[in-house]
Design a binder for this molecule. Structure first.
Ligand code: PLP
Ligand code: COI
Length: 339
């Protein structure tokens, strides 16, 4: 293998040794198979290609100072995948099978898990697709579940530092009670244009308001939003955002730290009142928000006055990372240690 520069990894694809696969045929899941092939051979009329019958997940494995490999909350990803399957009529994969597949693919690619000191991790990407042929709009009768892994560095260049966001109104990522609450590829296709607009304008990422009224905060690109004020962690309640496992974990850690937690609609104007804010997700962990610009209304919500991450974001980030890498006790039983 070509030497990997662990400390300078970006968030991209690097070929590893194995992926795991499992086929659903005749109404049942088959055996988990280890595979070294990177490509898939599927029918041209597969429902994933035409009707977007596809779901994915994202989680990470970390190498600790003690050399142990820890996988963060795989059961939560299994449950979210089940919810997505339910949402777009795909067969659910049992949690035990999902976790077994995650462990198997991580173990088989152990040499790609970045060293502790690098601060990088192994990104785990489960994928479930409808492979059965259909021409009418109907769910497939055959499916393929795959997990590949790839070592990754920070999602945003600069790692834990503040970033500017821009509100985009021309493109919505998801409608209320649409597929935004499920992790399906169509949501990301819907986000590509807005994301490019934000990048072209010099921002790190696009910022979405609710699609119906354009009044409430939905998400920060492919990450959940949270704001901090008056010792309170506030995060949007919306039927069009993905239930983030990172966000759920941060809510718990905030509570542990004596911070109040509120999950409720957040009107755009409230952005003016936050002492700190962040985008959170597996890829970025926490990406503290520097400012959010609303170009149409010539408004700039400056959240970090000095351009640095605030104390609460920093505390939450350090706490979560410490649990993920095994530097602090896993009091909530979030971590699966690889045997
Ligand atoms: N929101 C969207 C749209 C996402 O794609 C993700 C990433 O999976 C998240 C939020 C964060 O979710 P999690 O913390 O489970 O990675
Ligand atoms: C996340 O893991 O937070 C993501 O949003 C993943 C992204 C590459 C889809």
């Amino acid at each position: 293998m070509k030497e990997i520069d662990w400390s300078n990894l970006s968030f991209g694809y690097i070929k590893t040794d194995y992926n795991v696969r499992c086929y659903y045929r005749n109404g049942a899941w088959g055996e988990l198979e280890l595979c070294s092939e990177e490509t898939l051979n599927i029918h041209m009329a597969a429902t994933c290609l035409h009707y977007g019958q596809e779901a994915f997940e994202g989680l990470k494995a970390y190498r600790g100072k003690d050399g142990k490999i820890r996988i963060f909350r795989p059961e939560a990803n299994a449950e979210r995948l089940q919810s997505t399957c339910n949402g777009i009529l795909m067969p659910e994969l049992p949690t035990e099978m999902f976790v077994e597949a995650v462990k198997k693919v991580v173990k088989a690619n152990e040499r790609f898990i970045p060293p502790y000191e690098s601060g990088a991790a192994l990104y785990i990407r489960p994928l479930l697709i409808g492979t059965g042929a259909q021409v009418g709009v109907h769910p497939a009768n055959e499916y393929l579940f795959v997990i590949f892994v790839t070592p990754v560095g920070p999602y945003f260049k600069g790692g834990f530092s503040t970033n500017p966001y821009v509100i985009i109104r021309e493109f919505d990522r998801a409608a209320p009670y649409g597929t935004g609450r499920f992790k399906v590829g169509g949501n990301y296709a819907a986000s590509l244009h807005a994301n490019k607009m934000a990048h072209d304008l010099g921002y790190s990422c696009e910022f979405y308001l609710d699609a119906k009224e354009k009044k409430y905060i939905d998400e920060c690109g492919a990450a959940n939003f949270f704001g901090i004020k008056d010792n309170t962690y506030i995060t949007p309640k919306s039927s069009s955002i993905l239930p983030s496992i990172t966000n759920r974990s941060l809510m718990q850690l905030a509570e542990d730290l004596g911070i109040k937690v509120e999950c409720r609609p957040i009107a755009e104007e409230e952005l003016d009142t936050f002492e700190e804010a962040g985008a959170c997700g597996t890829a970025a962990v926490i990406s503290p928000i520097q400012r959010i610009d609303d170009l149409e209304n010539k408004k700039s919500y400056v959240i970090s006055k000095d351009g640095k991450p605030g104390p609460v974001c920093t505390k939450l980030y350090n706490k979560l990372r410490a649990i993920q890498y095994g530097d602090e006790p896993d009091t909530h039983n979030w971590v699966t240690v690889l045997d």
